[in-house]
Write a protein that binds this ligand. Sequence first.
Ligand code: HEM
Length: 447
Amino acid sequence: MRLVPPRVVPPAKPLGRLAFAARFVRNPLEVVPREAYEADFFRAEEGAARAWVMGPALLKQVLLDEREKFHKLTQIRLLSPLLGHGLLTSEGAEWKWQRQACAPMFRHHDLLGFVPVFVRAAQGLLARWRTPPRSVQQVDRDITRATFEVISATLLPSADATIGPVLEQSIATFQRSGGWAQLYASVRAPHWLPRPGISAGRRAVVALRAAVAALIRERRAGGGPDDLMQRLMVARDPESGQAMDDARLIDNLLTFYLAGHETTARALCWTLYLLSRSPEWSAALGEEVARVAGGEPVAAAHIERLVLVQQVLKESMRLYPPVPMMSRQAVADTTLGGHAIRAGSSVIIPIYAIQRHAARWEDPHAFDPARFAPEREAALGRYQYLPFGAGPRICIGMAFAMIEATAILAALLQQARFSPAPGPEPYPLARVTLLPRGGLSLRVSFK
Ligand code: HEM
């Protein structure tokens, strides 16, 4: 049966300045123009400070070939109050050495060693959902908690009791001020302008950084196990031989916490939503998991054999990319597809629209995991599907996230089935990540 799940419909006519700003605050996906779903390049008028880039060759130019001309100024402006100048929020040489220092922590083979942690998180979810008498569960909230436990247990096992609750609370507060922060960052408003929620956001950041600083002091005094924090503390800049100072350590720990749990939670959440509406794929996945894992707990050796599970995850991240938009700012004059781009202007990469582009996807809004069957996936262009970005700044946690999501989804499907609960359909809402507006409740039943 053909399933076309809820989507954002582009504005019928071009938006004026005020309408653009109002919609942007409400949901940045609602300002994505119709052309973003149909053209390779779009600008409201020649010379405008904002250009939308969707064509594969142009994306390659921005993200790979001419990346030194396109920096992440807006993202850095938006996130640096929280994440300082860590891996996600730095540029140039500063970025490069941090990327080199962090890369060894994400080797595929080592990541497979985390599968038991991922499966334990899924079992924790199942135990919570089994508790009578409720069968309707707030899936988005519970999954976010589970992926948070995973990131704590894999990256900083010694710390969860200390900073877990502070971190969770502060991130929620920061998130609530997100819509405004994004708008102000993109129009480069002066800092003194009043912004709803901004002082709560600032307080959350101070509390969060203080909690992590305390943890680092403790560690410096006493040593500790071989976790991410330890590895970051001993990492050295290959050129200068310098270690990370405390501020940079805090930046990166928070970066991994923040970038590493919410995104994966969104991917899982939208996937369960889609499965709840697709009995066929739900049954196919249930059969695959039974065939591959039998009655045993999902293990590292099963991951690559869970082919359909991964197909569904990929299709879910096509329709609902956890990071729905990226942007870059030109730091030098250049051209893109014959259009002059002035230094200081923004290039928006609307992943959400690119992955539903009429020229490159058949029946683009329909849920069809068969698009990612191995032989068909191999034929996809590198820049038409980019939930993890592309080029040298591609998500460093991509393999981590795929293994984690596969293991958790398979472990859930070994025991549970998901079906619709009463209430409105979830609607995609872009904050920093793509949320189901109003949360996601599903009926969970057990075999
Ligand atoms: C489904 C899950 C995930 C999605 C969809 C996702 C998506 C992305 C995207 C699109 C970018 C590129 C942003 C840009 O170029 O502007 C990115 C970067 C990044 N991600 Fe992920 N991510 C996921 C999971 C993770 C995990 C699990 C971690 C860490 C454990 C992580 C850590 C990072 C970091 C540190 C960067 C910055 C890399 C750099 O600039 O060198 N992500 N992610």
